[in-house]
Design a protein around this ligand. Sequence first.
Ligand code: ADP
Length: 298
Amino acid sequence: MTVVIDGLSKTYANGVRALSDVSLTIPPGMFGLLGPNGAGKSTLMRTIATLQPPDSGTIRFRDLDVLAQPDRLREVLGYLPQEFGLYPNMPADAILDHFATLKGVTAAGERRDLVAALLHQVNLYEVRKKSVGGYSGGMKQRLGIAIALAGSPKLLIVDEPTAGLDPTERNRFLNLLADIGEDVVVILSTHIVADVRELCSQMAIINKGQVVLQGEPSRILEEVRGRIWRRTVPRAQADAYRARHEVISSRLAAGATLLHVYHETDPGDGFEAVEPGLEDVYFHRLATLSGGRVPVDA
Ligand code: ADP
């Protein structure tokens, strides 16, 4: 039930190398693919979903050679792209009915039961008769998941589903994903560290088309335990601290600047030890890769 990606590369016609020798092993459960905008997440998702071919590499899922047998992969695939259109004048139940038909649920009674179950699952049953043009972003995303689930997929790919959702809708959406069966491979791409921290049993960080880290979030945190230090400094002094220390993140808090630095031992200078968060790992990796430059007051 594992997705095994080996040596995947893709260069677009404009010369952008979006994937560079990507290899990943993705077991059942929630897998978080974390990376900044432009990292190559969507390219990887579309490639696994067989929507665009890579230049080289292989993808296997169960007994399938995905790139050689795209039709068989699509039978077990649910895919929620970053952007998708819905007929705005149609109600959710009619849309789901349509997709269930496309997925081969031809018996009317069975389809009605399936549509009702999906609407309950994504908490849209009460509004099933309303045109989706009036839905909020979160409601549309939940309907998107219901569509993706209509064929009982074994591999579910969701590309940046929480972008643009408010915190309540984001939580609701993530809880929905977390409830999907354990024997399903769910690949969630996001640039929001908290999405991965809260949900995923396995994760990878991707940057500039390359996998820079893969593993269990808790183990990944162990890697930096005891090496993350923090200090709040007046805003005007922040640059001086940046010059002296390996600052991995910097945030404005109540008019002052909260700095996190990476150091194997106590850096002194008034810093105190802090329990590392996944953000620290993420920013440390990205900073290391970009030669120590970090986003200022991110
Ligand atoms: P992410 O999903 O992590 O934001 P993408 O896979 O969308 O990353 O993009 C990776 C890189 O490839 C970016 O530099 C992007 O501009 C470029 N890119 C994505 N799609 C295309 C395309 N169809 N043609 C040319 N360049 C593309």
